[in-house]
Ligand binder design. Structure first.
Ligand code: HEC
Length: 136
C-alpha cells in the first residue's frame, strides 16, 4: 500500500516539474532580467553595437523601433527562452525577417542571450526618455 503512495508522489512530482519548465515568464518579470549586472549589460551592449544596432536603432529592414512600447512589451511577454530561440535561429516577422543571430555568426549563445536582454533593457530606456520628453 505504501509503495502506491510513493509512486503517486513520484508521478505528481514528475508532472509538476514538467509544467514549471514550460511556464513563460515575461522577460521584464524574470529573475535574470532583474539581476543583470553592469557587466552583463555591457556585454549585451557590445553585441548590440556590432550586430543588432544596424536594424533595430533606426527600424531598418523591417525591424520595429524600440519606442514602439506595445510591440516590445508584447514581445517581452514571450519570455527569454522563446526570444532567444527567435534571435538564435531567426524568424519571419510581420514586418520583415529577423536573421539568425542578427548576422553575428561568431557570437556565442551567451553573447546572443545577453544581447536579447540588452535590447529589452534599452527599449525601456528609450521609452522612458520619450515619456519624459512628452511630459515636459
Ligand atoms: C537585418 C536586420 C536585423 C538585425 C541585424 C537584427 N534584427 Fe532583430 N528583428 C529584425 C526584424 C525584421 C524583426 C521582426 C519584426 C517583426 O516583428 O515583424 C526582428 C525582431 C526581433 C525581436 C522580436 C522577436 C519576437 O519574437 O518578437 C527581437 C527580440 C530581436 N529582433 C532582437 C535582435 C537582436 C538581439 C539582434 C542582434 C543580435 C537583432 N535583433 C538583429 C531585424 C533585425
Amino acid at each position: 500500500m505504501k509503495s502506491i503512495f510513493f509512486y503517486l508522489l513520484l508521478i505528481t512530482l514528475f508532472f509538476s516539474q514538467g509544467c514549471e519548465k514550460k511556464q513563460v515568464v515575461d522577460i521584464y518579470e524574470s529573475e535574470e532580467y532583474k539581476t543583470l549586472t553592469q557587466k552583463d549589460i555591457n556585454s549585451g551592449e557590445a553585441i548590440w553595437a556590432i550586430a543588432c544596432f544596424r536594424c533595430h536603432m533606426y527600424g531598418t529592414n523591417g525591424a520595429v523601433l524600440l519606442d514602439e512600447k506595445t510591440y516590445w512589451d508584447e514581445a517581452a511577454s514571450k519570455g527569454i527562452d522563446k526570444l532567444f530561440e527567435s534571435v538564435w535561429e531567426g524568424i519571419q516577422g510581420e514586418n520583415g525577417v529577423m536573421p539568425a543571430k542578427g548576422f553575428c555568426n561568431l557570437c556565442s549563445e551567451d553573447e546572443i542571450r545577453k544581447s536579447v536582454f540588452y535590447i529589452f533593457h534599452l527599449a525601456k530606456k528609450v521609452q522612458a526618455s520619450n515619456e519624459q520628453k512628452a511630459s515636459s
